[in-house]
Write a new protein. Sequence first.
Length: 86
Amino acid sequence: MEYWLITAGDKDEYGIDGAFSRRSPENIITDTFGVDDVDEYMEKIEKAGGKLLTPKMPIPGVGYFAAFRDSEGNNYGIMEDDSDAK
């Protein structure tokens, strides 16, 4: 997966950071939310009627990511920061 991090402002200040990835053939945009524990939120999402689209995957040196579809068909991602991810 091609993925580029974007940092807006100083690391010690609140701001809007994020990333870009190459557009999928289906032209789907995935909003991603930071969470403390991807495993915990994957379970909550499934219990609430969401469908996991990808398993938890490491982004080396960044953290862990998983994607899901909500009950209304919208795609989202969840991201757990962990600089030790491999």
